[in-house]
Design a protein around this ligand. Sequence first.
Ligand code: F0G
Length: 353
Amino acid sequence: MAPMASGIIDRYAAYLPITEQTPRITLGEGSTPLVRSSRIGPSLGLESLYFKYEGLNPSGSFKDRGMVVATAKAIEAGARVLLCASTGNTSASASAYAAHCGLRAVVMVPAGGVAAGKLAQALAYGAQIVVVKGSFDEAFALVRRAASEPGIALVNSVNPYRIDGQKTAAFEVAEALGQMPSELFIPVGNAGNITAYWRGFCELQRRAGGSLPVLHGAQAAGAAPIVRGKAVPRPRTVASAIRIGNPASWMNAVAARDESGGTIEAVTDREIMAAHRRLSREEGLLVEPASAASVALLVKRAQQSKVHPDKPIVCVLTGNGLKDPKAMTMGLKLPAAVEPSPRALRRALDRLT
Ligand code: F0G
C-alpha cells in the first residue's frame, strides 16, 4: 500500500502550536522540492542557486502550509467558517481546506484583480465568493471587521497560525541544503511570508545554531509601499498576487529585513516578466508573475555584483504558473492547426535549425 499523505502538522508538530485536541488534517502540503538552477544561476556566475518550488503544494501555492494549521486551529476552536480577503491564492487555499474539512469558506476578492485559475479554484471548491468593486486592501479592511463574529475564523496572515505553518518552508530549505542559505529572495505582498521565513530561520538557529541568512524582499514597482515608506492607494502591477498597497505585516517585514541585514526592493513589471520567461524557458519552472519577482530581484542584484557567487542562494517561487494562463502566454500565440501529415512535422523540425 502506498504511504498515506503526510503534511506539515505531522512533520513539524514539535515546532507548531499543536495540542491533543488539534485535528491532524492534511492535503499533503509541504515537502516541496528545492530545485538547483540549471541555467539562470550559471549565466549570472552563481554556483549554488536554488528555487523553492512552492507551486507544487495541493492548491498550488505556499499558502497551504499556513492554511492547514489555521484550519486545524479553527476547527479546534469550534469555528464553522473560514473567512479571508485575497488576491487569489489565499482564497484558493482556504476554499480547498474548508472543502476538505466540511467547513464553509467565504472569500472576498477584488473585481478584476484575481488571476483566472485562482477564481476557478475557489468556485470549484465550493466557496462563497464576494467580488468587491475595490482593492485587496479595502476587502481586507472589511473582513478584519467581521472576524470577531462567533463561528468565524479569519485566515489571512494576521492569523498567527498562518505564519507558524508557513515558517516550515524555512525548515525545509535548511534541511535540503544541509545548512542555512546565505541569501533568500522572496516576493512581498501582504508581507506574511517574509515574516514567516524569518521566524523559521530564527527558530532553527536557536535550536541548531548556524548563521542566519540575509533576506531580500521583492515588491512590484507599482505596488511597493514598504520600499517607498508609504501606503500606495492604487497599487498597479502585472503580478496581481502582490498588488497590495498597505501590507498587514509591514512592520514584521521591516524587522525581518533589518535583523537579517537584507533589503526590500522594487522590481518593474518588465523585470518580473523577463524573470518569468526565463524560469519557464531556461529552468522548466512554471510560476505566476508574483513568484518571478524574487528572481527578478536576484538577477538585478547579481548584475550589480551584490550577490556572493559561491554561497547557497535560494529564490522562493511562491505560486504555480497554471493559475495565471494569461500571464503565461503573454506575447505568445498558438500556431494554426494543420493537416496531420508527415510534412507538417518535417516543417516544424526544419524550423529548429
Ligand atoms: N506570491 C504569491 C503567489 C502570493 O499569492 C502572495 C500573496 C505573495 C507572493 C506574497 O506573500 O502576502 O505573504 O507577502 N498572496 C495573498 C493572497 C495576498 O491573497 O493570496 P505575502
